[in-house]
Design a protein around this ligand. Sequence first.
Ligand code: ADP
Ligand code: MG
Length: 590
Amino acid sequence: MLKDHKGAAGFLAVLIVTSSLLEVFVPFLTQRLIDLVVMTLRTRRVLTFQTILQFGLFIFVSVAIARILRGVYNYHSFRLMGQIEDEIKTNAFANFLNLDMTWHSRLNSGQVVGTLDRGGTAIFVVLYEILGQSLIPPFVIFANIFVSLLFTNRWIALVIVLPVPLYLLMVGRMVNRLHNYEHETNEKFEAVSKESYDVSSNIATVKKFCQENREAAIQKRLVDRARSSQLRAEWLWAIVENMQSWVATLGRVTVIVFGGYLVLQGRCTVGEYVLFLSFQEMLLQPMTQLSVVVPKLRRNLARTEGLFEVYDAKPIVVDAPDAATLAPLCQSIEFRNLSFKYEASDRWILKNVSFFVPAGATVALIGRSGTGKTTLMNLLLRVYDPQEGSVLIDGVDIKTVTQESLRRQIAVVPQEVDLFSRSIAENVAYGRPNASREEIETAVTAALAHDFIARSDHGYDTVVGERGLRLSGGERQRVGIARAILRNPPLLILDEATSHLDTESERIIQDAAEHLMRDRTCFIIAHRLSTIRDADLVVVFGENGAEDIGNHEELLNRSHTYRKLYDLPDERQLASQSSDWPGHRAELLR
Ligand SMILES: Nc1ncnc2c1ncn2[C@@H]1O[C@H](COP(=O)(O)OP(=O)(O)O)[C@@H](O)[C@H]1O
Ligand SMILES: [Mg+2]
């Protein structure tokens, strides 16, 4: 990152070195002046007032220029470090978006946003406040003073520098323990906010079950725990501060005594004596800040770890280097010997699943909840890669094509449709951002969502979640269907897309969905028997993933799981008698 900012960094270095040279130059002027005054007193040689005025002017100009340079340095380092922070943060966020679902299901998105924010701020603090303000400028001044002292008085150079290693040694050890305490404290405070976030987002449940007092008590206990660990750290702080003021005072006294001795011996002038004392002052102040700066540095470096983890994370599902573009689906989809388990568990969700779907067919996936229907669809979308086997579209393994060209062909209407807090039009057009208002309205009308959108205050421009546009589950699903209609893909997945609707609306939506399903290859995960009977193929999911495939009649004959799912009697006649099977059985399956 810094490589891209070499020029700016060099400019900052020149500024800081020049301004510190000037700062170190000022005590030398004072020294010269004092020596001149002393000499005048001794030898009665006349030091004119004019000369003193000149010195005053010199000092003023030097300090003024040093300040101006420092100001320019501060401004530009603020700008540069802010820029670096933004670059790292936005890159990390872009990388976060690019990660695949294996990552996203591992990460909690709220936590990630927090991590990026905290990490970004920490980067700024490390670069600007700690390096740019507390470490580099004092270090440059220190180097300047040390070198100038080597030329004036080696002994004093030694005496002035002596407390530094002593100080580092002592504080360094304490700082380690301090760091551990503070780390612990941080973790405990984070636990507090995580807990309160969790509880407040479940507030409705808390109230329904009258758990307010218990939750409040849990909060209090967590806060108390965090506080007491913070107090321990605070106590250690008090000790560290004490120790550092001893070292500082010891250093100061040594210079006073030793410098005074040198003056008495005639080995240095009064002016030099004052010079040493002012150098000592210039050094002590930043040095005593080290005990604050070092832990701050470690704390903030630790905070950036999370950010860099996201920054460096590599997606697991990636396009092959020579990935081709998938041509529009025209012949078939084939699942071949597919086996899959989630990385966190040992249980195979799908075991050796194979079936073939001709293009244009409607495939119903049925089975109890948790049997892997959604998982199979995610493999088709290449949200995950299977451990064994492959998915082929028109005979092409989807692993060999770009994810973009694969997903462009598929629209999914999930059970829970997620909406952005953007206008309803933008939400509908999410899969095709440049759709015209007319196209959007046509899609919405086809999805039977026009009524409740037209009813809201600003129609299609109403922001979701605001001004009367709080959508129920069923309304969200209709927006989801409109999204899919607008996207107009060759392949459609309806994953329990009508589960939030009552029977009445479901039938209406079914019409909308049928319109959507025409001339397309569709996978429908649904529970209504009428939907399933209309499907060309039905895949039955049991304990080991997909266990049978066929049409309604065939499955009725041979699949025990299928009959059980619908509580169908074994006799075939009964099945063909009634034209509309009781859809409410569906409840049993969810
Ligand atoms: N991200 C995940 N990580 C681990 N296990 C998961 C994940 N998603 C789903 N599962 C598990 O995989 C199984 C199949 O889930 P899913 O495909 O969603 O079932 P269905 O859609 O048939 O209800 C379930 O037991 C579920 O707990
Ligand atoms: Mg599911």
